[in-house]
Design a protein around this ligand. Structure first.
Ligand code: OMD
Ligand code: FE2
Length: 433
């Protein structure tokens, strides 16, 4: 059961293999003198050849034509998809945005990608781009790959159908989809208009975090990550291949579909995950633990325990902590936090942070529950309570997250965000411990 009608291979980072025609995958070697069915062998190296074995990712594809069978690229204007570094300074203010509108005219997911913020450097292969996509049309005769980063899609409205070199994956709100750097794809919108979030990860590929003393099971379990089976198009015609490379967009004519991989084997491929499968760990005694307990995927930086980006969710769960202020505590953090809401209500912000909305609490920028939530939670009866109807997430990064000019100026920005803390009262009474 994977939540949709496609067939998948299970297991995070496994050495998967799949063939769309029987016997298409070479047996016992990767590069025979002649590949079955007259296919070409092509290796995709997602990590350096010599990356440590536990992190090494590569896939062998067996395709109708090698990828170099194409024309030269020419520059292509980009819309609002920007890359790090962002030139203007990032003010250390709290910021929040309403959902961006979905266009009425046909716009595909590449042209509908709007960069809200970014950090690090696309050239330097460190940091992230943070985008909201608002699209109303499937990609038509157009394929895309991103040399700058891996794409983590977090749908908030509408289903995505990714037709990729390595097969097809569907993702609806509540699921995520990850397309590794460099993998060619076309995105279809089978159920109409879509909105969602994207983390464009310039750094190391996302991986499952360690479990520590929790043991061998729990959090995001490896088996719940689904990879596509081989699927190909044998199409000739006039197509376009769009590439994002070094923060710029390029276009090349291509006379056939590049989704022509008949068989593949390897551990670098797109994957999907249903966030409802996340096995939540939390306190059964007291206090609100650090949100790292909710990490689904992490892109490690060079420093142990300090992420290029963590993808963290706040899923439905029981809240049972005794004698505890249950919402997130007031907080200042060396890590920078960008949040979105897939559905429902987030416990620290009951008003103003709406599904499709976004907030930014940067490195050392103070934040925490709005005034009303503080009063309510400080006086609530602490019965076990099920948090239903909630699914927020956070992209948390070691680098300062700089909002784009668009994000600073858009009418979707809530100019009065700080106002939600206005009602915080002074309760201090030195005579009353
Ligand atoms: O709302 C936030 O800012 C995210 C967050 C959640 C939490 O449970 C603890 C700390 C934290 O930064
Ligand atoms: Fe926080």
């Amino acid at each position: 059961m994977n939540g949709d009608s496609l067939t998948y291979l299970n297991g995070f980072g496994n050495e998967h293999e799949s063939e769309a025609l029987p016997g298409a995958l070479p047996r016992g070697q990767f590069s025979p003198q002649k590949v079955p069915y007259g296919l070409y062998a092509e290796q995709l190296s997602s990590t350096a050849f010599t990356a440590p074995r536990a992190h090494n990712r590569r896939t062998w594809t067996y395709r109708i034509r090698p990828s170099i069978a194409m024309e030269d690229f020419a520059p292509r204007p980009s819309n609002l998809w920007e890359s790090a570094p962002i030139s203007q300074p990032a003010p250390p203010n709290v910021m929040r945005w309403d959902p961006l509108p979905i266009p009425e005219q046909p716009v595909d997911i590449i042209d509908g990608m709007i960069t809200m913020a970014a950090n690090g450097s696309a050239h330097g292969q460190a940091g992230i781009g943070i985008h909201q996509y608002c699209a109303s049309a499937s990609m038509d005769k157009r394929y895309f790959y991103n040399a700058d980063g891996e794409l983590l899609f977090v749908p908030q409205q509408g289903r995505l159908l990714a037709l990729t070199e390595l097969g097809r994956l569907s993702a609806r709100p509540g699921e995520i989809l990850v397309i590794p750097r460099g993998i060619k794809f076309r995105m279809e919108l089978p159920d109409g208009p879509v909105r969602g979030y994207v983390c464009e990860n310039y750094g190391n590929p996302l991986e499952l975090p360690e479990r520590g003393p929790v043991g061998a099971n729990g959090y995001a379990n490896d088996r719940d990550f689904h990879y596509p089976i081989a699927w190909y198009e044998d199409l000739e015609g006039e197509f376009e291949l769009v590439a994002k490379f070094g923060g710029h967009f390029f276009t090349a004519p291509i006379a056939h579909s590049p989704l022509d991989v008949v068989a593949w084997t390897g551990n670098s491929a797109p994957y999907k995950y249903d966030l409802a499968r996340f096995n939540v760990m939390n306190t059964v005694s007291f206090d609100h633990p650090d949100p790292s307990i909710f990490t689904v995927l992490t892109s490690p930086s060079g420093t142990p325990g300090v992420a290029n980006v963590d993808f963290v969710i706040f899923p439905p769960r029981w809240m049972v902590a005794e004698n505890t202020f249950r919402p997130p505590w007031y907080h200042r953090n060396i890590m920078s936090e960008f949040m979105g809401l897939i559905e429902g209500v987030y416990d620290a912000k009951e008003k103003g942070f709406v599904p499709g909305g976004m907030s930014l609490h940067n490195c050392w920028t103070p934040h925490g529950p709005e005034a009303e939530v503080f009063e309510k939670a400080s006086n609530a009866e602490l019965k076990p309570e099920r948090y239903k109807n909630t699914l927020a997430f956070m992209f948390e990064s070691r680098y300062i997250i700089a909002p784009t000019r668009f994000a600073l100026d858009t009418p979707a920005r809530q100019k009065d965000y700080l106002g939600c803390w206005n009602g915080l009262k002074k309760h201090f009474n030195p005579a009353k411990p």
